[in-house]
Design a binder for this molecule. Sequence first.
Ligand code: COI
Length: 355
Amino acid sequence: MELKIIPSDLPKPKPHDEASLGFGDIFSDHMFIMFYEEGKGWYDACIRPYDKVELDPAAMVLHYAQAIFEGLKAYKRKDGGINLFRPWDNLKRFNRSARRMCMPEIDEGFVLHCMKQLIIMDKDWVPKNEGTSLYIRPTMFATEPHLGVRPSKTYIFFIITGPVGAYYREGFNPVKIYVEDYYVRSAPGGTGDVKTGGNYAASLFSSEAAKAKGFTQVLWLDAVEHRYIEEVGTMNVLFLIDDELVTPPLTGSILPGITRDSVMQIARDWGMKVVERRISIDEVIEAAQDGRLKEAFGTGTATVISPIGQITYKDKSYVIADGRMGELSKRLYDEIVGIQYGYKQDPYGWIERVC
Ligand code: COI
């Protein structure tokens, strides 16, 4: 498919203070967009000025929530070049999400090519400071005006980008987590391992209640027994118990995180024992009480590595690693960020140069 390019003749002002960048409010000058129709496939691929997308009020996404997305980042190298981190894995996961949601797949190679062109056009939007990056949000949703419940026959796929800093207002400092023991995010056989908006909508009620009580995020438990750790919703979670790094396995109800996978590979290469197994909240609390829970942290593209300084379960709070960033979290953060920004060796082949 041919990629049409329409440059913006009205560039927007860029943020001048990188240190105060938050997450998700600022968008670059251009976007990529393409359209799909059953029987015709994808068509009209175009990079054009960032603008609104027109939707029919009967568009199926608004009623039955066929919508998927990805999140990845572009990092400015010291030599002025730009790195992407494991973009192939994001696009593979996007197509996996598409299949589960009965949506059309994209051509991963073509979309990566268009993503790179988009980043090159908006390269001056990629911030320079460590801890900042250009967040990239590929998204697909159902557009057919139709109210019967079935998969849509038409879709829009777009990529928008924008400069970001830390995801949480704590910056990269430890966060306080509330363990939700009633509401659930996803159930076995559901869509918990798919990057679809509905999972996030389902999480809002508890997250807002937790935030009102001063917590940063909710830690979800399994839907059957309300005992086993799942994820934090914007992050996967890992626990350092004694000398073992433990994380819940990918059994279909949590997101298969790319940062999670990277952290596990790095830790294994450092000779650490990394175990994917079911871990109950009782085990975590017991380890915290016995002093065996040395660290806990979340991983995600938006959050990178986010140390957990406190867990609250059934009205009791447990401080982890003295409420500070633990040694392992810091070492993993430095390693992964070093690879992403290109000043550390990338023995894994995770980096894809944009320019
Ligand atoms: C990401 O880490 O990029 C995500 O997609 C999580 C998010 C919903 C902010």
